[in-house]
Design a protein around this ligand. Structure first.
Ligand SMILES: Nc1nc2c(c(=O)[nH]1)N[C@H]1C(S)=C(S)[C@@H](COP(=O)(O)O)O[C@H]1N2
Ligand SMILES: [Mo]
Length: 198
């Protein structure tokens, strides 16, 4: 049998995989501030813009045809639940940025979604090897409530950074707070440091 190449998120290798103040769950709770946005494959686009030489826009077919990786990760939600052993499949952030020339001033990204949610990340967090724009969860298309067709997954930070229904991202020189980050959530969100609220 051919061994599949799966990127292992480092937190899954800890002896104790549950960060302080978290409880283990088996279910996969659904949380978002608004409704589930409608998806139309003919109209959907994924856009990369901001501090790049030339902005890029992908159709649904173009985006989903990019090379895929698989990532094994844990999930930690700031509301107090953690879920272990999740398998994601999609396009890694380091793969997608090969398609643009980033200007040297760029140090941050803002992720945008079709429900108007947005969240900010530094390059250091965005380009970790276990960060991806996921299309599949446990070998099936991501369900609508968890972000179909594309969801960013940032395994090392609280789940609010894992933007559902992603439609693109913008390169920025300055860090700017996202939707929850400007409403009292921590700017960074490391579950091991309990960076919950600011
Ligand atoms: N587009 C979008 N992404 C989002 C949100 C949202 O409201 N809209 N909520 C965030 C928050 S606060 C949480 S806790 C997680 C919940 O993800 P889940 O519903 O898959 O558990 O999604 C994050 N991503
Ligand atoms: Mo949340």
């Amino acid at each position: 049998m051919i061994q599949e190449n799966i990127i292992t998120s480092p937190d899954t290798q800890r002896k104790n995989r549950i960060p302080p103040g978290q409880k283990l769950v088996d279910s996969f709770p659904v949380l978002h501030y608004n409704g589930i946005p409608k998806f139309n494959a003919d109209k959907w686009t994924f856009r990369i813009w901001g501090l790049v030489e030339k902005e890029r826009k992908f159709t649904f077919n173009e985006f989903t045809s990019l090379p895929h990786v698989k990532v094994f990760s844990d999930i930690h939600c700031v509301t107090g639940w953690s879920k272990l052993d999740n398998l994601w499949e999609g396009i890694s952030t380091s793969e997608i940025v090969k398609l643009v020339n980033i200007k040297s001033e760029a140090k941050y990204v803002m992720i945008y979604c079709s429900d108007d949610y947005y969240t900010n990340l530094s390059f250091e967090d965005f380009f970790q090897p276990d960060v991806l724009f996921a299309l599949k969860y446990n070998n099936e298309d991501i369900s609508s409530e968890h972000g179909y067709p594309v969801r960013l997954v940032v395994p090392r930070l609280y789940l609010w950074k894992s933007a559902k229904w992603t439609t693109g991202f913008q390169f920025l020189a300055k860090d700017t707070p996202g939707f929850w980050e400007s409403r009292g959530y921590h700017n960074h969100g490391d579950p091991w440091k309990q960076e919950r609220y600011s």
